[in-house]
Design a protein around this ligand. Structure first.
Ligand code: TA6
Length: 278
């Protein structure tokens, strides 16, 4: 029988309120976040996700570095979502740190020395994911970055995302055209792929019976993505675009600059609210 691949093991966290999360070293990807008493994860994970060393897992929270999407010459979404990170479990069952540094393979594509750490922690009804980047080399570099969070929703056609009104976004479905968003809330009607610029205030993802507060620190931009009914992803069932929305903490329009020895940190937190809390 083949040995199970350690890079796909499920590392498990348990929060003080009985919530749970699982993370896999492949990409340091958070795969699930389940509140106490709820049957399903609040993160979407495709039942057709591929678990192969050269493939990104569809769902959870992929980590994108040193390039977000196709905003540059590197492979789409950078180099680290298919790397095996090293878990460093601490004494606290509610938190975990995973680390990754450059190697000959990363330097062949992007010639810089770096250390990354992803810190995942659970608090009452809250998941927080923080990415730390250190320039461990002797030349400066710049990067774009993101936490590509796939949020599970009960019916994407009914959701409303509040907090983006008045911001400018780049519309990736229309050659990055700049648009000023005047809608009172974002609702899904077909494919959506937007980079909201300078979006630092917390957002509220409202569904009929529940809501999620989405906050970020360190990141400048928010990406909202849903493929809609027309785009078929080989690793996601056809109707599942209705079960997810990506609300991603990112820094894209203004790449982060790091001199030798400097650090950067960006975090996203998800807090589950009852419908009447919001
Ligand atoms: O963050 C949005 C996005 O860049 C979309 O353009 C879409 O391509 C998505 O990410 C998924 O990318 P992936 O390479 O994981 O299929």
């Amino acid at each position: 029988m083949a040995e199970p691949d350690a890079r796909f093991q499920h590392l498990r966290l348990r929060g003080p309120d009985g919530s749970r999360a699982s993370i896999t070293p492949h990409g340091a990807q958070v795969l699930s976040w389940q509140l106490a008493g709820e049957p399903d994860s609040r993160l979407y994970l495709s039942p057709q996700a591929q678990y192969r060393p050269d493939t990104a897992i569809r769902g959870g929270i992929p980590v994108l570095f040193p390039q977000f999407g196709l905003f540059g010459e590197l492979p789409k979404h950078g180099l680290v979502r298919t790397r095996a990170w090293t878990p460093r479990a601490g004494p606290d069952p509610a938190s975990l740190r995973l680390e990754l540094e450059d190697d000959a393979a990363s330097r062949a594509t992007w010639p810089h020395r770096f250390r990354l750490a992803l810190c995942v922690s659970l608090a009452a009804r809250r998941l927080e994911v923080a990415l730390e980047v250190e320039n461990s080399g002797d030349t400066s570099f710049s990067f774009t970055v993101g936490l590509h969070s796939y949020l599970a929703v009960q019916d994407a056609a009914q959701l409303r995302l509040h907090g983006l009104t008045g911001l400018t976004y780049l519309d990736a479905t229309r050659a990055l055209q700049r648009v000023s968003d005047s809608a009172p809330a974002l609702a899904l009607a077909g494919e959506i792929d937007r980079v909201y610029l300078e979006a630092r205030e917390a957002l509220l993802l409202q569904e009929s019976a529940r809501a999620l507060r989405i906050a970020q620190r360190g990141f400048d931009d928010v990406v909202v993505w849903n493929p809609g009914s027309q785009i078929r992803l080989p690793d996601m069932p056809a109707g599942d675009y209705l079960r997810m929305i990506c609300v991603e903490a990112a820094s894209i329009a203004r790449p982060v600059q790091l001199a030798p020895g400097e650090h950067w940190r960006g975090a996203q937190s998800l807090t589950a609210l009852a419908a009447d809390d919001s």
